[in-house]
Structures are given as C-alpha cells and as structure tokens.
Ligand binder design. Sequence first.
Ligand SMILES: Nc1ncnc2c1ncn2[C@@H]1O[C@H](COP(=O)(O)OP(=O)(O)OP(=O)(O)O)[C@@H](O)[C@H]1O
Ligand SMILES: [Mg+2]
Length: 449
Amino acid sequence: MYESTDKVTPETQIIPPDSGPQRTENDIALSVSNVYKVFGKRPAEVIKRLKAGKKRDELTALGTAAVIDASFEVKKGEIFVVMGLSGSGKSTLIRTLNGLWAPTEGSVVVGGTDISKISDKELRRVRQQKISMVFQHFALMPHRTVLENAAYALEVQGVAKADRLARAEKVLNLVGLEGWGAKYPSELSGGMQQRVGLARALSAETDILLMDEAFSALDPLIRREMQEQLVLLQSELEKTIIFITHDLNEAMFLGDRIAVMRDGEIVQIGTPDEILTSPANDYVAAFVQDVDRTRVLTAGGVMEPALAVVNLSGGPRNALRTMRDLQVSAAFVVDRRRNYLGTVRDRDVMKQVEAHSSDLNSVIRKSIEPVSPETALNDLFGRAVESPIPLPVVNDAGRLVGALPRVTLLAALGNVPSTTGEFPVVDTAVAPIPKQMVTDALAKTEGDA
Ligand SMILES: Nc1ncnc2c1ncn2[C@@H]1O[C@H](COP(=O)(O)OP(=O)(O)OP(=O)(O)O)[C@@H](O)[C@H]1O
Ligand SMILES: [Mg+2]
C-alpha cells in the first residue's frame, strides 16, 4: 500500500502563508504626487531644468531644490519613516504634508482633500483636525503645567476647559506621565518633556502624526524606550505616523516602510528588510552598512521553507520514509491544515514502526517552542543555540510557515544569501539513522498501515 518514494511526499509540500487583505482606496491616509519644493529666486525655472535633466547642484544660482519629484502613499495605521542625511530634504518634505509649505509643484492629498488646493482657513482646519506634528525640540510653555501643555492643541481647537483637561489627562497616562500633570516643564527630565510634546500631539486626536526627529535629542536608553512606547501607542491608537530620522537603527525599528532621501530625491521606498537586503544603490547600501541587522531582520524575513514536515495522519511509516529520503533525524509534524503540532525524532518513529504501531501522536515532542514570523533575529540566537533542530516558524493562526536553521541565522547576519530550496531540510545536530537500516525496518514491516 505504501510505496517507497524517492520524491517528497505530499505532506512535505509547502503551503504559502496566508496572503494579506486586498488594499483599497480607503486604506490610504496620505498621498503625495510629484511634489517639488524649491526655495529661492526662480523656483519654476529650477523645476523646468531639473525635468530637463539638470542636477540640483548645477542650479543653486536659481534656487535650492529641497524636494524633487517626491511621490508615495502612506497607508492608514502605517509607520512611514523618512530617512536621509542632513540637508536631504526630510523636514521640507514633511512640512509640505501639513501645508506648512505649499509645494512648488505637485499635490498632497490628506484624507481625500488636496491640501494644495484649499483656502488658508480650510488648511487650518485640516491641521487642527487631521494632522498633528511633533518636533525635536518642543517649545513647552514654561508657565503652564504639564497638563495645560498637553491640552494646548485642544485649546486651539476651542474645546471647553474642563473637557480638554480631562482629555489631556488621559493622554498623559497613555504616554507614561500619570501623576505629573500638575508639575511644570522645568521639573521634568528631557525625556519626560518629550513625552509631554507627544501627549500634546496625541491629545488633538488627529489620525495622522508627523514626527520630525522627535527623539533625536534624547539619551540612547530613553530614546529606545520612547521608540518602544511609540510602537505600542500606534498599535493601540492605530494612528498613521510619518516619522523623520537620520538614525538608521531608529528607522529600521519603527518603520513599516522607509523612504530614503538623498539630495532632495527619494531614492528608495521599502520595508526595512527590503532596504537592508536589496539596497537600490550605493548610497543606500552605505547607509545600511552599519545597521544592527539582528534587530531589523525577522524570523519571517529570513526563514527557509520547512521541508522536513510530516503529516500526523500519514502515520509513523510515512514519517520515517520522509525522514530517510531527506536524510534528517527529526521532522516537524503538522495536521492536514498545516497546523503545527511539534517535532518527531527518527529513533522514536523507528520504534513505532518496528512495534507495528500506527500511532505517531504519542512520539511528538513539544520541547521546541515555535517562533512567530515577527520575532527579531536578536531574540532568536539563544534559542537557536539550544535547539538541536531548526526553529519552527508558526504564524498567528498556528500554521507552520517556515523553519530557521542556525546556518540561515548566521547567513542573515553577514548578508550572505542563504540557500533557499536547495538546502534540503534541516541541519539537525543529530545524525540520522542510516538509510539502509530504515529501509530494512520498513521492508520488514511492509503491510502495516
Ligand atoms: N526656508 C528655507 N529657505 C531656503 N532653503 C531652505 C529652507 N529650508 C530648507 N532649505 C534647504 O533645503 C535643503 C533641505 O533642507 P531640510 O531642512 O529639508 O533637510 P533635512 O533633511 O531635514 O536636514 P536635517 O537632517 O539637517 O534636519 C537644504 O539644502 C536646506 O538648506
Ligand atoms: Mg530636518
């Protein structure tokens, strides 16, 4: 009934991970189309010459092209990071997003409204209700309490005092400043003052938050804490955040996607993984050279297809045959829907076969904790060292989506392409039972199911 197969059994085939929901128009929070911002005497002439192929350095006598032909869309709930060296145009770009600068050419659409086409009055309304901004140095008002500072945006919106203070109080709690409302800014540390700035932007309850080097003045540890808090806040409040930084590690930690700017142009837009593993040019490559890859790369980004996979319902004979064919001493066990169940060792399975048992379930081991695709590699090295077999990568739905052999982890660190596909299976630390022994055992028990 069970023929020996040289090929991979159907159970070992790879089921692609669930594909995400379709994107629709309504998912877009903000869209920028062919935006130019030129300072100086003859902006229109500068744009004309740029379009004709001139470089911005050749046109400085006519004006400074701070942003050149920028186009991108930011999805609702996304953290979109703009990164680039000093003078690359980040602040100018972000200022066109809330109408602080009108683009010299091109359009900026916020929540369906083209803000380059509306009156000043309407623009003020957009700024109050749709977009708030957090700067590197916030001018907190020294003679007002922390609570009053946090409530400032609501005051500008004309919200009644009792209401705005109550709302600001809630936001202070959110940013970790519970109980500090009655203090004055000078009584707070720099990090705490920056939290007040964040609270002030959050209290406006706008969907979009623009943050220009908002954490750059903070000490590294506090900065890291703020980054983590921002990610947490984002997941709770589902804000759309556009975050400017020249710090690559910060960009990589925060960004769902990153736009890299150089000399006014966006030279690449991609996920942290994409920027890191396929930089668009030497400039981006030089930028990412020093990044701590272990914090950026995720299990899902570097994992291998899990090939040493056996199906529970296939029973011990099938499992053993698969392991023999792949020359591995262990395999992952899944059910028919590819839900991850655990691992089996060839020795244990061999015993079941020799005992004429059709039960695979009783030899499944649960000692290896599966890894979520989002886990940063940084958090996996310890576990990879301890685990005798590759770590199983299992998604939120419980499905096995890949495997992480140690060699893949190492390859990812050095940005060496790790084999995909060829790399048969699993670099188990334990040698598999010799092929012939398995074949003999299978032959002896031929006819068992
Ligand atoms: N108001 C202005 N008038 C004239 N030139 C300006 C103005 N604002 C910015 N620029 C120029 O535009 C270019 C981009 O500046 P921008 O402030 O956007 O850069 P940045 O990427 O934010 O830099 P940094 O990291 O130093 O903040 C620079 O050459 C700058 O000198
Ligand atoms: Mg700037």
